[in-house]
Design a protein around this ligand. Structure first.
Ligand code: GLU
Length: 511
């Protein structure tokens, strides 16, 4: 299997899903997962895009077996990487002979039309409300080796550098194709144009030729790719036939598009900006300096991201929703990939992250939370941090939520919300707080949230004091506000001494 992105920008989540499905299929069948960089279109090359792709796959845990080594695309073929190099621009010497082989066998021809000539043809067609297509009809009136005599052709080949090799699409042939997701497809060649396969100007193949030649040379057995390549499939079938490689031709599976959350239309980068969710795995800074957010930087766990992506257009056919990468490898099947577009649901992405957060141990999460605390100028031990996480975990979707939901687990409040003070810091309530303070200071029961809660409530109720009012004063003292975590959860985390100190401070400040 191969994932064959073009380094034209950051990898969209749809591209990551394609890579993931290739990876899952390869691993399930004991195959090899190859990363091939298709960079033959130098006009669309974006610096940094290849590094982004490699880093994104690495972050997702779907590292290629072939094609990358230590984060670099393998530059030369070797015993370990017999099919390299894996960057098409470094394979340029390979393709010309294949293109010429097709010309010799009558499946392709040389085309000498200049860019200006073709532009003029297009403009002329447009002025009649038509579209110019280089195909089996128009090629008969254009300057190519089918219309020129052999001497003229040889002369132009030798003396000019603007020519190309085009595929000679046969007339009125029904191409019969099979797609592993979409089933049988038939297309008549009369609807297809004569695609350029190789260009003399930069001595590079186009996508179609390079893709077919490389899939053949790299012995790719199955191709899973995006639906945008389905219109190219008849040409690819014709190319395999023209080369005489039909017997080893890969089987194809075209994935449907990812749709907007509304279900209307393709998920675009702009939807992410508009609706506030990332559509790229990692943050991307374009060469122009434009910043695009990524799942990694937004605080998603790679396992959650991958799990969510796998389920965009596929499911295991049972109730399970949470599957690790290894479990996905076992469960995946192309038969269960849906034909229709998969609607992207940003809420579901969050749900996955929340579930994966809950599955992690407090100690593991503490390790991830410590740098966040440090950024807030808080020093805490891993043990204390893990304890704080244990009381707040269920309320968090992301690690940063630990802080936003309850900074007071790490810092005594320095202010008290005025509106809450006005509403709850009333004498009939806070007057009991002195006694409650003593009760807390003397607590000697089990160090469990439940036990602390029962003791505190039992005491206040037993005294016949207004429980809500007293508790709100207590919460104000401990957190600076009248809402937040349960009182016992806070005391359990901070300890008795800190809780008592905060009550004293509140009396001082709110007196
Ligand atoms: N380079 C193509 C892309 O970027 C690959 C298509 C294919 O997998 O055949 O999508």
């Amino acid at each position: 299997m191969r994932f064959a992105p073009s380094p034209t920008g950051p990898l969209h989540i749809g591209g990551v899903r394609t890579a993931l499905y290739n990876y899952l299929y390869a691993k399930q069948h004991g195959g090899t997962f190859v990363l091939r960089i298709e960079d033959t279109d130098s006009n669309r090359f974006v610096p940094g895009a290849e590094e982004y792709i490699i880093e994104a796959l690495r972050w997702c845990g779907i590292t290629p077996d072939e094609g990358v080594e230590n984060g670099k695309v393998v530059e030369v073929a070797s015993e370990k990487h017999p099919y390299g190099p894996y960057r098409q621009s470094q394979r340029r010497g390979i393709y010309r002979k294949y293109a010429e082989q097709l010309v010799e066998a009558g499946y392709a021809y040389y085309a000498f039309d200049t860019a200006e000539e073709l532009a003029a043809k297009r403009a002329e067609a447009e002025s009649h409300g038509q579209t110019f297509i280089y195909n089996q009809v128009s090629r008969k009136q254009l300057r190519n080796s089918l219309t020129l005599n052999p001497e003229e052709t040889q002369k132009l080949l030798a003396e000019t550098t603007g020519w190309t090799i085009r595929f000679k699409m046969p007339e009125n042939v029904t191409v019969k194709m099979d797609d592993l997701i979409r089933g049988h497809i038939e297309v008549n060649t009369d609807t297809l144009d004569d695609k350029v396969l190789w260009k003399r100007a930069d001595e590079l193949p186009t996508y179609h030729l390079a893709n077919i030649v490389d899939d053949h040379l790299m012995e790719i057995t199955e191709v899973i790719r995006g639906e945008e390549w389905l219109p190219s499939l008849p040409l690819h079938y014709m190319l395999y036939k023209a080369f005489g490689w039909e017997d080893s031709q890969p089987r194809f599976a075209h994935l449907s598009l990812l749709l907007k959350p509304s279900g209307q239309g393709k998920l675009s980068k702009r939807d992410g900006d508009k609706l506030g969710f990332p559509v790229f795995p990692l943050r991307w800074v374009s060469p122009e300096g434009e910043v695009t957010r990524g799942y990694r930087e937004d605080g998603y766990f790679p396992e959650a991201f991958i799990n969510m992506l796998a389920f965009l257009g596929w499911n295991p056919g049972d109730e399970r929703e949470l599957l690790s990468l290894d479990e996905l490898v076992d469960a995946f099947s192309l038969e269960r990939v849906i034909k229709s577009g998969a609607r992207f649901n940003p809420e579901k992405a969050k749900w996955y992250n929340k579930e994966y957060l809950r599955m992690k141990s407090d100690e593991e999460l503490a390790e991830l939370y410590l740098p966040v605390l440090e950024a807030h100028g808080v020093k805490a031990t891993p043990e204390y941090t893990a304890k704080a996480i244990s009381v707040i975990k269920d309320r968090a979707t992301f690690v940063v939520d630990f802080w936003t939901a309850a900074p007071y687990l790490f810092e005594a409040p320095s202010d008290y919300i005025e509106k809450d003070v006005a509403k709850f810091w009333k004498e009939e309530n806070y007057s009991h707080l002195h006694a409650v303070r003593e009760h807390i200071a003397g607590y000697a029961g089990a160090w469990k949230v439940k036990a602390i809660a029962e003791s505190l409530e039992g005491y206040i109720k037993g005294e016949g004091w207004p429980i809500g009012g007293v508790m709100n004063c207590l919460r104000l003292a401990l957190t600076g506000a009248a809402s937040g975590l349960g009182i016992a959860e806070i005391i359990y985390t901070t300890g008795l001494q800190e809780a008592v100190a905060r009550i004293d401070k509140a009396f001082e400040k709110l007196a």
